[in-house]
Design a protein around this ligand. Sequence first.
Ligand code: NAD
Length: 245
Amino acid sequence: MTGTAIVTGGARGLGRAYCLALSDAGFRVVVSDLLDGQSVAYEIAQAGGEAIYVTADISSAEDNVALASAAADAFGSIDVLINNAAYFSETTRGPFFEVPEMEWDRTFEVNVRGVWLSCSAVYPYMREQGSGKIINIASNTCFKGTVGFPHYVASKSAVIGLTRCLAQELGPDGITVNTVSPDLIPDPSLRPADSTSDEFVVAGRALKRTQVPEDMIGTILYLASSGADFVTGQNILVNGGAHYH
Ligand SMILES: NC(=O)c1ccc[n+]([C@@H]2O[C@H](COP(=O)([O-])OP(=O)(O)OC[C@H]3O[C@@H](n4cnc5c(N)ncnc54)[C@H](O)[C@@H]3O)[C@@H](O)[C@H]2O)c1
């Protein structure tokens, strides 16, 4: 595979895994995050790939425009956008009526408005090319209505709706827009509660094991490839058979 892929939230966690995998597959990678993602770009370069790091807050229109422009300036095209950044690990859990209003707003600002803004920023480049693949990350939580963080679940459900709208609108431009929804992929260093929840989650899956970042890679690379040229508006659950839709 060739081309340029932008990964938002690429500095750590699943985003980092997507950056490394896309580079291994042949993409030039733009690692973007609020956090410093320089080390991920360096790791890719050390392995013989091409990558740049661009700092951006995806809830900011200006940052998204600057990110798209930096990607096109560095590599000449924008072929894939992975909307992975999210207000997630920092989300507090509790009864729905106790979600702080500011946290509700920030969740939607990053997880929904951020995805809309980053799609808007890359669109002129993809339209000009007559091609592009946008992959939005939602969550399996949308399909089970996980209790404890309704703002997050509602925001990810909005991403699935936004994906469908954009698939319809951008199809005539040759751009595909899809969603991938992981189940719980524990990171106890960031989210200690993951460790205790995982046992319960694993028990509810057809495939009885902990989900790991590598489980996401095949689906991400598939949707970024020409093999998925006729696939758009879809949501692929990568969840070990926890839920079906
Ligand atoms: N890990 C899971 O269990 C799981 C399950 C379902 C869905 N997801 C989704 O997968 C994606 C990655 O999850 P993760 O586990 O790697 O989480 P994470 O918290 O480790 O990574 C999120 C990344 O997004 C970045 N980010 C946050 N706000 C940003 C902003 N405004 N602008 C730019 N970057 C920003 C963070 O700095 C971080 O690097 C998220 O969209 C998350 O909702 C994760």
